[in-house]
Design a protein around this ligand. Structure first.
Ligand code: SIN
Ligand code: FE2
Length: 205
């Protein structure tokens, strides 16, 4: 895997045990009841096929005004629920031991959902990595390079896999081509949940 440590992309297959996946799923679903999943609209006016919500002090939002982080849920107007401790611990271990994440984006993919190739660049300080946790059905994930035209390759992200976009890979283009429906039984009605932990606001001294 040439993409590995030299670029800051790390894939940790099966980092979460089946038991840890079930426990985390329960914690995430309890929070989604407070902060429901929403098909947000891109600045171009298209509803996203991925349904989203967030945890933490900031949540990723998109609408006609653009992509940004907001302290409140766009529909309920409430603050986002807290980030589960197990995710904070994972971030401290793999991403940054000193500065905690302040945003955890929850993406829900049904069998038809996908996400186009993009960079994560709405965060204030791009030196902090993005840490991703996959739960449920396997995703066919695509990752390229810093330039949109760079060659890409396809990687499967299965339930319990953790991956890190750090260093040069922090700005690598990535997306989800498709979901392999029926590949996991973790979510009772199928589908995939991806959690991405980020540091959205500048780190305070
Ligand atoms: C994302 O880029 O926000 C999500 C990636 C994924 O679902 O694996
Ligand atoms: Fe992303």
């Amino acid at each position: 895997m040439t993409l590995s440590t030299t670029t800051g992309f790390r894939l940790l297959p099966g980092r979460l045990s089946p038991q840890a996946q079930s426990e985390l799923l329960a914690q995430v679903l309890a929070r989604v009841e407070q902060a429901p999943l929403v098909h947000q609209v891109t600045p171009g006016g298209k509803p996203m096929s991925v349904a989203m919500t967030s945890l933490g002090s900031l949540g990723w939002t998109t609408d006609a005004a653009g992509y940004r982080y907001e302290p409140r849920h766009p529909v309920t107007g409430q603050a986002w629920p807290d980030i589960p401790q197990v995710l904070l611990d994972l971030w401290a271990e793999l991403a940054d031991p000193d500065v905690p994440p302040d945003a955890c984006l929850i993406n829900f993919y049904n069998a038809e959902a996908k996400m186009g190739l993009h960079q994560d660049r709405d965060e204030a300080d791009l030196k902090f990595p993005v840490l991703s946790v996959s739960l449920g059905d396997t995703a066919v994930f695509r990752i390229g390079g810093v330039k949109r035209s760079d060659p890409t390759r396809s990687i499967k992200l299965a339930s319990g896999d953790v991956c890190l976009l750090a260093g040069e890979a922090r700005l690598f283009h990535h997306g989800v081509d498709r979901i392999l429906a029926g590949s996991s039984r973790l979510l009772p009605s199928g589908g995939r949940i991806n959690l991405t932990l980020r540091r959205a606001a500048p780190a305070t001294a």
